[in-house]
Ligand binder design. Structure first.
Ligand SMILES: Nc1ncnc2c1ncn2[C@@H]1O[C@H](COP(=O)(O)OP(=O)(O)O)[C@@H](O)[C@H]1O
Ligand SMILES: [Mg+2]
Length: 338
């Protein structure tokens, strides 16, 4: 039995006619190749599968895997990230990263914020709207920040998401509702420092890999770590590992949120400070981007002295341990891959 690799390839969807932004969450061929190379180096026999439909066909055909390294984002629906894990659970096959409950919950940023808030973890006040008419009922003070409820990779995020008037709020909501055809999250704008926190491990054994500050340079688009800022990060964004008092508070919020949301194996949590310098939970990335060069978690690991292979090693080891295998070698043997 090999180790399955599930993913959604960006170029496959571009070929079907979807545009650059619509496919921003999907993966590049070099990401699949890099994960495959690490699996091979660690004694596993990787098998490229693809997305949920390819996986379904192969499972129905009788194929099985020792475990699956899953980074499939899925194309549609509120459970798009949960589809591959749910299917694997139906066949009793272990897989990396979070379970269907966590993946479906956290894709909806408002639902995730409600659970986080219920655990006493700070997160900005917010509202969800499905149509512009509902804006009249919103009592949050300006400035506000508007974003699609269930996207990632900076989709829909630009300087226009920061609004200081009812007119600007209405305009951006109209544009985003039309473009993304999904509800919008409206939050108090957090003007403070921004951090992304890398986490690896499970439950009480989860550890913070590092806290990386996202520092927008003068060349960057204003207000946020937007789609275009991320795309041109070399010129627009400074990434620094930080360990001051505010950064440590960001780390403890991220760790608490990760445990509250039952994140597994590895991921990233975005945090930004309010006007008083108090870090607030923004969102969780339970399927963190794993591009070998430009994904945030990979950049952070690199700054911490952890190379790509070791980062994936932490994730794989956490997964195998969670599934009841003690050491890596033992696991490789147990899942029949070496
Ligand atoms: N309430 C907010 N206040 C200030 N900036 C925000 C707020 N929400 C999001 N942002 C900015 O927008 C960026 C993208 O938002 P995020 O929810 O992390 O979306 P994505 O899933 O696309 O990464 C954040 O990294 C941050 O710079
Ligand atoms: Mg984010």
């Amino acid at each position: 039995m090999g180790v399955g690799l599930t993913y959604d390839l960006r170029e496959a969807y571009l070929a079907q006619g979807l545009d650059e932004e619509a496919t921003a969450e999907f993966d590049a061929p070099e990401t699949i190749a890099a994960i495959e190379a690490v699996l091979r180096r660690r004694g596993f026999v990787p098998e490229r599968v693809g997305g949920v439909r390819e996986l379904a066909a192969r499972l129905v055909d009788g194929e099985r895997f020792g475990f699956v390294f899953n980074i499939a984002e899925g194309l549609g629906g509120v459970a798009r990230e949960a589809q591959v894990p749910a299917l694997l659970e139906a066949y009793g096959i272990p897989y990396t990263f979070s379970d269907p409950l966590t993946l479906a919950l956290t894709l909806d940023k408002a639902m995730a914020k409600r659970v986080v808030r219920d655990h006493g973890i700070p997160t900005a006040p917010f509202a969800v709207v499905e149509k512009v008419e509902a804006l009249a009922t919103i009592a949050l003070p300006f400035p506000l920040f508007v974003k699609p409820l269930a996207e990632g990779s900076g989709k829909g995020i630009s300087a226009a998401c920061h609004v200081s008037s009812s007119l600007a709020l209405k305009e951006v909501c109209q544009a985003l509702l039309e473009r993304f055809n999904q509800p919008l999250l409206i939050e108090t704008y957090l003007p403070g420092r921004e951090f992304t926190v890398g986490l690896v491990g499970n439950g009480a054994e989860t550890r913070v890999l590092g806290v990386m500050e996202i520092d927008l340079k003068v060349t960057a688009e204003n207000y946020c770590y937007s789609y275009v800022n991320k795309a041109a990060y070399q010129a627009r964004v400074g990434y620094h590992l930080v360990d001051d008092d505010e950064a440590r508070r960001a780390a403890s919020i991220a760790l608490a949120a990760w445990q509250a949301l039952r994140g597994r194996d590895g991921g990233r949590i975005d945090v930004r400070s309010d006007v008083h310098g108090e870090p607030q939970f923004l969102e969780v990335n339970p399927l963190p981007g794993l591009h070998p060069v430009h994904s945030d978690l990979v950049i952070m690991a690199r700054l911490s002295g952890v190379d790509y292979s070791d980062l994936l090693g932490f994730i794989i080891d956490a997964c195998l341990k969670r599934c009841g295998h003690g050491s890596h070698a033992e696991a490789a043997q147990a899942v029949g891959c070496s």
